[in-house]
Design a protein around this ligand. Structure first.
Ligand code: NAD
Ligand code: ZN
Ligand code: ZN
Length: 358
């Protein structure tokens, strides 16, 4: 912890933090070093994944997210200090952060589904309170999961880029039968982890779709059986693989969520298939429940909008990382270069996950 030169007798410890200082404005500032209150832990941040959702937060209209707020919701680090009443964690312990903070008492939270909390919509570290793009972050001790010897730079992306597609795959698991097709659209931070999760935990044929050839190369390295470049011919190319309607892909995981990808998703999904809309790209999926051709959605198809995942699932994702079954393709940046990492992410020039290393 670095002590800043104070005025008079006041010497406040400050740290570096990359903050949303006003809607759309991301800058590195000196912020007060937080202290761990009761039940909390002060974590020395080792690594933070740069998620595309952070760009949505940056682009959000005023009032939706608090300012100033330190960004960063994909966090791993070591315990610096523990607050009163915290048991089971000691300085030096290595941990990954489960970013969601539900109310803890609603019907969903009581079932361990804090990602469906009925009282706190989209609450979490780096979403509704200060996140990890800083030297230190305070988190409730209940949000920490042990990672053993796992590399901290690998642990960070597991907490969202790994957890979110893992949760989506868990939702769709009954439909992911051996030999069926699963289409993954958008092979970025989340998508390249989705491909690995499918490859490691199912026997489906994986079709990866992206606009970028580099992303498709990554998909092949991660275990995709087919790659399709997004564009005017993508639907035809996917149909040539999965066969004509009413057959098709049993599961489609859209990690982009713009009109074009939603159109691809609903056009290649099979009758009775499942669409998992993970990407928050602002597109619209039309649904008109009729049986005529061509339908907006095939009959018996279900649509889900997964959000992040549960703590129990994160534990399993960490286990996959420890077993060498899930490895993020990372590009690291020092804290000072976090804004540049987000610029590259926006331009589509990050492959795999950008990880900021304070
Ligand atoms: P990313 O920028 O790392 O990856 C996006 C990928 O999509 C890139 O490879 C890009 O080339 C590709 N792409 C862009 N437009 C495309 C198109 N029209 N067709 C095909 N591919 C296209 O982003 P990310 O961090 O993986 O996040 C993906 C999306 O998921 C974002 O919208 C993000 O906000 C959202 N997200 C949702 C949740 C959730 O809980 N539902 C959690 C995390 C992220
Ligand atoms: Zn995210
Ligand atoms: Zn709740």
């Amino acid at each position: 912890m670095r002590a800043a030169t104070g005025v008079g007798d006041e010497v406040e410890a400050t740290m570096r933090a990359v903050r949303l200082t006003a809607p759309g404005v991301l800058e590195q500032v000196a912020a007060p070093t937080p202290t761990a209150g009761p039940g909390q832990v002060l974590l020395a941040v080792a690594a933070v994944g740069a998620c595309h959702s952070d760009l949505h937060i940056l682009d959000a209209p005023p009032g939706l997210f608090p300012t100033p707020m330190t960004l960063g919701h994909e966090i791993a680090g070591t315990v610096e200090t523990v607050g009163a009443g915290v048991t089971g964690w000691s300085p030096g312990d290595r941990a990954a952060v489960y970013g969601i903070i539900g109310c803890g008492t609603c019907r969903a939270c009581l079932r361990g589904r804090e990602n469906q909390c009925r009282r706190v919509p989209v609450g979490g570290i780096g979403l509704s309170r200060d996140g990890g793009l800083a030297d230190y972050v305070v988190v409730p001790a209940s949000r920490l999961l042990p990672i053993g010897e796992l590399d901290l730079i690998q642990a960070a992306p597991l907490t969202d880029a790994g957890l979110t597609p893992y949760h989506a795959v868990e939702l769709a698991r009954p439909a992911l039968r051996p030999g069926t097709y699963c289409v993954v659209i958008g092979i970025g931070g989340l998508g390249h982890m989705a491909v690995q999760i499918l490859a490691a935990t199912t026997a489906v044929r994986i079709i990866a779709v992206d606009t970028s050839m580099a992303a498709l190369d990554l998909a092949t390295r991660m275990g995709a059986h087919h790659v399709v470049q997004a564009g005017p011919e993508a639907i035809e190319t996917i149909r040539a693989i999965v066969g004509p309607a009413p057959d098709g892909a049993d599961v489609v995981i859209d990690c982009v969520g713009v009109d074009a990808t939603l159109t691809t998703a609903r056009t290649v999904v099979s009758t009775g298939g499942r669409l998992l809309l993970v990407g928050l790209g602002g597109g619209t999926l039309p649904v008109r429940p009729v049986a005529d051709e061509p339908p907006t959605l095939p009959l018996e198809t279900s649509v889900e909008v997964p959000f992040w995942g549960t703590r129990a699932e994160l534990q399993e994702v960490i286990a996959m990382g420890q077993l060498g079954l899930l490895t993020a393709d990372v590009q690291t940046f020092p804290l000072e270069r976090a804004p540049e990492a987000y610029d590259l992410l926006r331009r589509g020039e990050i492959h795999g996950r950008a990880v900021i290393v304070p």
